[in-house]
Design a protein around this ligand. Sequence first.
Ligand SMILES: [Zn+2]
Length: 280
Amino acid sequence: MNAQLELGYDQLFSSFAKIYWNLVIHHDLNQINVIGKKSEVQNILLDVQTKYSIPNTVVFDKLSGELQLEIILKVKKRCKLNVMGAIYGDTKGTIYDFDNKKEYLKLNGSFYSFMQQFQRVLTYLTNYHLAMFLEKYNDQGDTTNLLLKVENVSRRSSLAQFYQLLESYFNRNCFYCGKAIKKKGGVHVDHFIPWSFVQADQLWNLVLSCRGCNLSKSDRLTDNIYLNALIDRNDKLLTNSSLQMRKDMQVYTSNKLKQLYQFTIDNGYTDIWRPQKREN
Ligand SMILES: [Zn+2]
């Protein structure tokens, strides 16, 4: 999302397609409130699955880039026709405005700050209701651990691409304790603002960490000094013109990160983590 709170359809529907694919194909869950029927998007995904004989075990991130794109474009085409307008109508235009020609939506500013302020509880509520919905309309599918499935549905299967990129800039030093990590397998990619809060993998929020720090930090926020260190780190990344062109870096500003850090605390992430000891 940019500073004008506009979100392009490509980005919107790539998240949408991913979540839908993982629920409908990977977990084999029906996604419509009529038992025995399938939603239109569900049929689009099932057609693609049949066309390329893709097994259910494959999550969206493991599909080839071309195939992901094919799915995203088909889902976008369908949703432009009915979903964008339907939700707009249901919410009486209070949450967003949209432009199907220019393919973007624009969030209402006060709604956006409300979402940021109560993001954690809103995520829990959404997940709870989605799980309730799926349980109600899935007699056949596997509904065990449904809340866990819903919670993890947008998680990326591998952060390897970020590992390679960050390692090429910063060697293998732990962002938190400063330790040089000898073994490649000992390096973790850590979400500075916890994944459970951002639920996204964006370069400006990812750092290399040793196994010890990553596991001990877990789902917690760190001390303010690391926030400033991350801002400096991101400034360094942005001196590289090819990184400036990345979609995630284009929407990054240090102010946004500072705000997000504060919102994370406001949302209850108050158990601040610090590494045991810091080298250099
Ligand atoms: Zn460390």
